[in-house]
Write a protein that binds this ligand. Sequence first.
Ligand SMILES: [Fe+2]
Ligand SMILES: [Fe+2]
Ligand SMILES: [Fe+2]
Ligand SMILES: [Fe+2]
Length: 402
Amino acid sequence: MTFNPLRERGIPLDEQVRTWRELAVMPVDPDESDPYTRCRIITMNGIETEAIFFSHHMARHCPDLEMRQQLARVRYIEAQQQKAVNWLLPGLASVLETTITYEQVAVDLTAWVARMEPDPYLKQAYQFGVLEDFDHLYRYANLYEMIEHRKAEKIVDGLTEVMPGRPTYLQHRNPVDNVRQNYDKDATAPISKLHALTIMSAEQQTMNFYMNVGPLYMEPIARQLYQEIGMVEEEHVTHYESLVDPGETWWEMLLNHEYNECYLYHSFMETESDPRIKAIWELHLNMELEHLRLAAEAFKRHDGRDPEQVLAPALPAPVTFEPNKAYVRELLATQIDYTTIGTGYVQEAHERFEAMQRAVLDDEKAASEVIISENAMKSGHEYRLETEGPHPVPSLRMNRPT
Ligand SMILES: [Fe+2]
Ligand SMILES: [Fe+2]
Ligand SMILES: [Fe+2]
Ligand SMILES: [Fe+2]
């Protein structure tokens, strides 16, 4: 059955404000909950955070008082939604445990988007990025074993493998080489716009998270690892945001943001395993339908265009969290040695890349390398979770003592 959010009725905006009691949601159980429920929570937190910041930016550029008032009203609701969603995370989980779930989101969401993306250039951008977050998962899992003496398989639950990707120290590129070519808003498929917005928002929130929690650690190696990976997340935000056509008007961007919120809440409502959380996705979807209607009215009034001209006629297939092990292994086997040059990709290091490597590493080992050898020393082995056999790249295989 097709679902066209432009044709559906939501909750009137005046009825969307929630009491503090309603916002005091009960968190999910860190041990019993579906890891992909936690992934959906983190994804929607990223989406709501983007909705709030985008609305603030738009308000700062909007000369129309009435429109600024409407943005403020909707934004208040987005901020309540963000609180309701992010407060589902259990305070019982440590920051590092939440970090590991952030990287699990980056792996399985980006891999899924790469599989579904119809445009080959955009697909390549996701395939490139996913191998880097896959490596972050491995680095943080080793930090976790070393400082918390626990194993990441309890968190990822065997749904996502943990082993080296493109090594993190090789991800420090000249910023010029992080800027991609943007899609053409008039020619690209509507699904491609939604994919780009989703991954950009998730990466932006990951970057914000690391830059805020990194200094909360006392252990020097943890502080350094969050700094190093935090800088890569800055690269990822640059990489993904540059895919979006900067020629979209503010009204069109607002429309796309609200449409994407509808798409994701609808997707998660369809795929959620926890009935209590599913009810939250459904409630938020019904709020977003009204945000979308208001954005569509503004788009018609100010842009003089019909929303159906720029949006999909119905929601695409639901965004789904599911294992992507075989897909990631295939990418590891074929693209691990890629880097970027200008807006393209190459398999060899080039001058600008090497100069950047010298500038940030200065012949010392990066924290992302140190953590592996330190954990191997302290725990007797480095941490991996290879559920589907040895690493697909022979040089990255290891002989683990059993
Ligand atoms: Fe929202
Ligand atoms: Fe990452
Ligand atoms: Fe990332
Ligand atoms: Fe919204």
